[in-house]
Design a protein around this ligand. Structure first.
Ligand code: PMP
Length: 282
């Protein structure tokens, strides 16, 4: 398998980063994950735009190669013969002798990797996950997709220890988002999700699902719910590039209603899968 690193396509084992890369020393970098199906990307432009937004957010001048990431990714997918894949983009501030203060003219490190994923199937059922609730221990700029993921990975490990697949994070009683997803609550046929402010990552899947919901004449409130409202919801689901629309059937060991996939979750799941099919396989 080939990867792209700083202008070169290299075999996975031959690609290496400086031990002084600020990505490893300080988590000083940002990333994106997008999906390809049947050799075609989904929501490519949104991922390029968000990468630039994240770079600006942590004061890295976007290297010009950022605009070539779509073409580089297409080429990597083709050369790796991996039509169904997750593509990972990472841009760090680059290598520099270890010092909190970066040099004034660093050269960013740009990495692209691919991992295979399942091809799309027609009419797949919505996945079902169980979740824990977990205090949101992250910094105050979660709107940037930075490499600084320790609070997320620790929360995910706690979820696994409790037999669950996701951690729903909360600040005080306010639900923010999942460890690697955005959270939606359905109540009386209306949807609730955290506003796209500094406390959450504005998910590309989140925004698409909001569009599909509004197109179905569902009311969407971009307002945070409380932990009590979460637990008493009619339905809960999470969204993400690799997660798609996934039902949350249990929270902290208690079922949400009957502990099944609810009707609103099912229709939004189907809308998203149809969109993927249409964008990549027609
Ligand atoms: N929130 C967090 C913390 C995430 O890590 C992710 C995706 N990795 C999301 C939300 C979902 O974002 P997207 O739909 O753009 O994948």
């Amino acid at each position: 398998t080939l990867v792209y690193l700083n202008g070169e396509f290299l075999p996975y084992d031959q690609a290496s980063l400086s031990i002084d890369d600020r990505g490893t020393l300080f988590s000083d970098g940002v990333y994106e994950v997008l999906e390809y199906f049947a050799g075609r990307p989904f929501a490519m432009q949104q991922h390029v735009d968000r990468l630039k937004y994240s770079l600006a957010g942590i004061c890295i001048d976007p290297p010009s190669v950022v605009d070539e990431l779509p073409a580089i990714s297409d080429e990597l997918i083709r050369r790796n013969d991996m039509p169904d894949a997750r593509v990972y983009w990472q841009v760090t501030r680059g290598p520099a002798p270890r010092n909190h203060l970066p040099p004034s003219d660093p050269t960013p490190t740009v990495l692209v990797t691919t991992t295979p994923t399942q091809p799309l199937s027609s009419n797949p059922p919505a996945r079902q996950w169980k979740a824990i609730t977990h205090e949101d221990l992250r910094w105050k700029r979660c709107c940037y997709k930075t490499l600084m993921l320790l609070p997320n990975t620790l929360a995910k490990q706690q979820a696994k220890r409790d037999g669950c697949q996701e951690a729903i994070l909360h600040q005080g009683v306010a639900v923010t988002e999942g460890g690697s997803t955005n959270v939606f609550v359905v109540r009386d046929g209306e949807l609730w999700t955290h506003p796209a402010n500094e406390a959450i990552l504005r998910g590309i899947t989140r925004d698409l699902v909001i569009d599909y919901a509004r197109a179905m004449d569902l009311t969407v409130h971009e307002t945070a719910v409380t932990l009590d409202e979460l637990r008493q919801a009619d339905e809960v689901f999470v969204t993400g590039t690799t997660t798609h629309v996934t039902a949350i059937t249990h929270i902290d060991g208690h079922p949400i209603q009957l502990g099944e996939v609810g009707p609103v979750t099912a229709s939004l799941h189907d809308a998203y899968e149809q969109q993927l099919m249409q964008a990549c396989c027609t």
